[in-house]
Design a protein around this ligand. Structure first.
Ligand SMILES: O=P(O)(O)OC[C@H]1O[C@H](OP(=O)(O)OP(=O)(O)O)[C@H](O)[C@@H]1O
Ligand SMILES: NC(=O)CC[C@H](N)C(=O)O
Ligand SMILES: [Mg+2]
Length: 509
């Protein structure tokens, strides 16, 4: 997952895009970028690190213009510290296109070859997003050949071409020079994208964002989710057109957005992420009542931040006190999306500290939204014991994560997942807990459909190994795994000790 934004406004958008990126920071901490358009000219700045590290005042001053796009990156392809892979990406023909992408293409290697041999285009990074941009540009050229009048129809045809060629997950915002802001979603709508507006005395302003929380904080009204397969085109003057461009759209939003990725104050597919997490807590409590009635629990303790809504409801249903046992250092980011195991492990200890009184002599039930690599749970269980807990039970609001994700969450190798090739009891032993309770996949889905019964299916691959796009074979997964093992992200080896903020400020110096 990454965070993307696109805006067409009636006044300069540089500060608005910066503020929007800060609100989407939880979706990507490795790099950030903003591009704006002033007349026919594109202006851009991008760099490594957090939003606050990637931009200086002088960079912001240069970003003139009333429309633009922005991106915060959590890489799935390439390397974390390669500023060349920060987004947006640019191609100069046709017209000039800037693009920012959330998701991951599963056929980017084939596309890259096609592009070189047939489309005569060179891709200069290992980023799948640069591939996506070049496919869009090529499809636009094709559409122009077939239909020389360049208008919204031409662009929607090009998006249909992208749908035909690109596999995987993509929520996209793009700027087409002199033409406007384009936003579209893959035919499964795997990654989220919403649109809202703001009526001003000078006309309607439009904002497209990964999450509705960006609309709330920037003063825009949420209108709706962009539909899977749909494209929306907004002229710099604010005229809007939209069209379904996919032949067979088949909605399947990513379940993990609800579990962890999204902010709880966002609305996705008509579902309040917060409410769905509360439901997860309710269902998890029912499972404990049913299958673990023997557990004597003195306190339910959340692992900050993302598990709080579930833990709170779980405690209410079990009628057990809800206590804050860990204090989070608010200056440390999300550990799961940090690059490299060494930095993730170190950060859990830096980020969370136990309040001894809440543990001494007690049987505690620790609740987290998910257990992925087990980095957090292993450290946290040890900390609870060090703080004097009698028994340490652990509950996860999501089922075991056993399979790789290839749609924009960086977990490409099964070996790194603590639940891969382990039974629940082996996982319990591995994290050092006295009991371990997992949500079932059915109840996780029910937590979301309880809020919006019209969602019929989800992208669930990391839980059940079913890859909705149909093109992900065992050979493909082996290939991705081998590629990552052969060329780990920079920080997975000795670079793992690097401090992200330090790297960013050195690059900015
Ligand atoms: O098993 P793991 O590999 O450790 O991954 C799972 C943990 O990572 C996430 O927390 P994170 O610190 O990223 O963010 P949060 O503050 O939003 O909970 C998630 O909420 C779990 O706590
Ligand atoms: N997590 C994402 O959405 C990543 C976007 C893109 N695949 C990249 O690696 O930059
Ligand atoms: Mg967490």
């Amino acid at each position: 997952m990454c965070g993307i934004l696109g805006v067409v406004a009636t006044s300069p958008v540089n500060q608005l895009l910066y503020d929007g990126l800060l609100v989407l920071q939880h979706r990507g901490q490795d790099a950030a970028g903003i591009a704006t358009a002033q007349g026919q000219k594109f202006l851009m700045h991008k760099g490594s690190g957090l939003v606050r590290d990637a931009f200086r005042t002088r960079n912001m001053r240069n970003l003139q213009g009333n429309w633009g796009i922005a991106h915060v990156r959590y890489p799935t392809a390439g390397s974390a510290y390669n500023a060349a892979e920060a987004q947006p990406f640019y191609v100069n023909s046709p017209f000039g296109i800037m693009l920012a992408h959330n998701g991951n293409l599963t056929n980017s290697e084939e596309l890259k070859l096609d592009m070189f041999r047939t489309d005569l285009r060179h891709i200069n990074t290992t980023s799948d997003s640069e591939v996506l941009l070049n496919v869009l540009a090529h499809e636009m050229m094709q559409a122009l050949r077939e239909r020389p009048t360049f208008d919204h129809e031409t662009i929607f045809r090009a998006v249909a071409g992208v749908h035909r060629r690109c596999r995987g997950a993509y929520a996209v915002v793009a700027m087409i020079a002199g033409f406007g802001l384009l936003a579209f979603r893959d035919p499964y709508g795997i990654r989220p994208l919403v649109i809202g507006n703001n009526e001003t005395a000078n006309g309607t302003e439009w904002l497209v964002a990964s999450e509705s929380v960006a609309l709330d904080t920037l003063g825009f009204k949420l209108l709706r989710d962009i539909a899977p397969g749909e494209a929306v085109l907004i002229s710099p003057e604010g005229a809007i057109k939209s069209q379904q461009c996919a032949e067979r759209p088949n909605y399947a939003p990513c379940l993990f957005e609800y579990v962890y990725l999204a902010r709880p104050d966002s609305l996705m597919d008509g579902v309040s992420v917060y409410e769905s997490r509360v439901k997860m807590g309710e269902f998890l409590a029912q499972k404990i009542q049913r299958d673990h009635a023997d557990l004597q629990i003195d306190a339910v303790i959340p692992i900050p931040d993302s598990s709080r809504p579930s833990a709170m409801e779980l405690a209410r249903v079990l009628n057990v006190p809800y206590r804050e046992g860990f204090v989070k250092n608010r200056y440390i980011g999300r550990t799961f999306i940090m690059p490299g195991q060494a930095v993730r492990r170190k950060s859990v200890r830096q980020k969370l500290n136990a309040i001894t009184q809440e543990f001494k002599g007690k049987n505690v039930l620790l609740v987290d939204d998910s257990i992925v690599r087990g980095t957090t749970s292993q450290e946290i269980v040890a900390m609870a014991r060090e703080a004097g807990a009698n028994k340490v039970y652990f509950a996860s609001a999501a089922p075991p994560v056993r399979y790789a994700n290839v749609y924009g969450i960086d977990m490409p190798t099964r070996d790194e997942l603590i639940a891969s090739n382990r039974t629940d009891d082996e996982i319990r032993a591995a994290i050092g807990a006295d009991a371990l309770i997992y949500q079932t996949l059915d109840m996780l889905k029910a937590s979301i459909t309880a809020c919006n019964p019209s969602i019929e299916q989800f992208e669930t691959s990391c839980f059940d190994g079913c890859y909705i796009t149909g093109d992900v074979t065992a050979a493909y997964l082996d290939g991705v795994e081998n590629q990552r093992k052969g060329a780990p992200k920079q920080s997975d080896d000795e670079g793992g000790q690097l401090d992200l903020n330090l790297v960013a400020s050195e690059e900015n110096a």
